[in-house]
Every structure is written in structure tokens, then in C-alpha cells.
Design a protein around this ligand. Sequence first.
Ligand code: ZN
Length: 317
Amino acid sequence: MARTTLDPDWPIRAAALRAVELMVARHGPTLPWSIIEQGFELDGRRIYLASKACGIFRPKEMEGGALSIRTSMPRGRRSARYEDGAPLKDGAFAYKLQDRDPDNHFNRLLQHAEQLSAPLIYFLAVAPGVYQPLWPIFVKHIDRARMECSLSADDELLAMRERDVPMVADARAIDIRREYVTVQAKRRLHQSRFRLEVLRAYETRCAVCRLPRAELLEAAHIVPDREETGEPVVPNGLALCRLHHGVFDTDLMGIRPDGVIELSQSLLDTRDGPTLEHAVKSFHGQRLHLPRHLVDQPERRRLEERYARFLEFRKTG
Ligand SMILES: [Zn+2]
């Protein structure tokens, strides 16, 4: 028997997951609270997805487990922290229970969700008033002594529910899959936090050409993230438009540790139309536009490390 039939709220829950999917399709991977708080319409009723008052939420139309969990980030805090959503060793998110009583009203909503294996929506704060929704996410284990629960992402389980396929016997395969999906979700989350913080530091402009459109801006790593020093932190980031990100990533453009842009000789020797001449070559020898705050500016040792790679590339390429 499929376990979905146990969830008395399944129609509303499924509609809520679809509603979040639509919001993300329309507004991008991070959502402002003003979008989330609108909720969605089902059979002529407005149903809310989350509440400003409490992190654990179940709309009044539902009777079983929680529908969503929300982390928060106080205004005035400049960068994201990971108190909630902190990684656990088995590839899950940790979430603190409410207050001190593991059996209070809100924490019981999590207990119900765990018993039902109900998919939840996790609204993770990536900036004050801005959330990245992750779904479906499941309450995996409630640790009453430590007053926290672990949450893990899993799209495979949800897909099975939607097809109404009975739960399969190979629990181990599901565990591995669940861990993988959670790791992927975390990776996406870190990337979007990194992008938001870098764009904020650079006042939503390309550090090379000053292009001011967020849709066309990306957060480039100075030291690539596959390397040990390549952390996703603002001093290792540059806000670049897609064109200049591409030129930088292929080492056709280098940044001198003093912030001056250099282009590879092969690029300077190439002659072509206005895109190459104006949008690329004209920046050779120009200074990068850096953030106003010193703490947000690229760290010199990272620039040195990356510039050494550019010089190396210039010798061979
Ligand atoms: Zn640019």
C-alpha cells in the first residue's frame, strides 16, 4: 500500500508543492517574503504556505503534519549563517525545535510529518526577507534530547508517491539517493547564497563593465571552488556579467593583484567586430570596480593565486 493514503492532507500538500514549483519557475530560485506570503488558491480558497510568526507551519485547512519549515535571518545581519540548515554528517539539514518542550503544538506538527513521511517545504533564509525554498524535504529523525530534527531532501520518494507506487524494498538505495539529493540541494543553496552576497557587495554591477542587470550577473570565484582555497565567500568572489565571467573563467582575462585587468595576448591579437573590440578588448589595462567596503574586496592572496594561473596560461595559450 502506498503510504500517501495515510496523509489526510495529501490534496492540499500536493497543491502546495506545485504552487512553490510555479513560484520558482516565475520568480527564480530565491523568493522574497512578499511572494511567499501570498500563498496559493485551491478550490476558491486561499491557502498560506508559511507564517511570519512561527518557523513551523500548518495552514488551518490541514489537520496532520506541518506543511513548511522556515529559517530566519534577522535584519541587519550582513551575511548568511548556518545555525539552521547546518550540515549533519549523514547529509541532512539540522533544524532546531521550538522553545523547550519537544511535545509543544509546533513540534508535534513535525512529529506528525515524520510519522506520515510527509513531504514538506523548507524555506531557507538566504538574506533578510529572502528565502530559497527546498522541496520536498522530509523530517527524518527527531532528537528530543538535543531539541532538533534532521531534514533530508528527496525527490525520488516524492516521485514514487505521485505515481502511487508502493514503497520499494530497497531502503538502502533510497538512503543513498536521499543523501545525494540533499548534497545537491545544499550545493545549490550555497551557490545562491554566494551569488546574493557577491551581487550585494558589488551593488549589482559587473566589476569589469558596470552592467547593472541582476539577470545577467553571476558570482565568479577568484580561486575556483574545486580548489581548497576556493570557498564561496565574498572576498573570493567577483560580480561579473555573463560575458566577462566567461572570459575570466577561461583565463583569457586576468586580474592583476592590484586590480588591473589584463587580457591574454592571443585575445589582443584577434581583430573582430564591436563585441570583441569594445566589450572585451577596451578593458585591457583598466581598473576593476571593487566594493566600497574593505571586507568585501577580493583578498590579495587569492588574486595572486589566480593571477599566477593566468600568467601560466598565457605562456602556453
Ligand atoms: Zn561585464
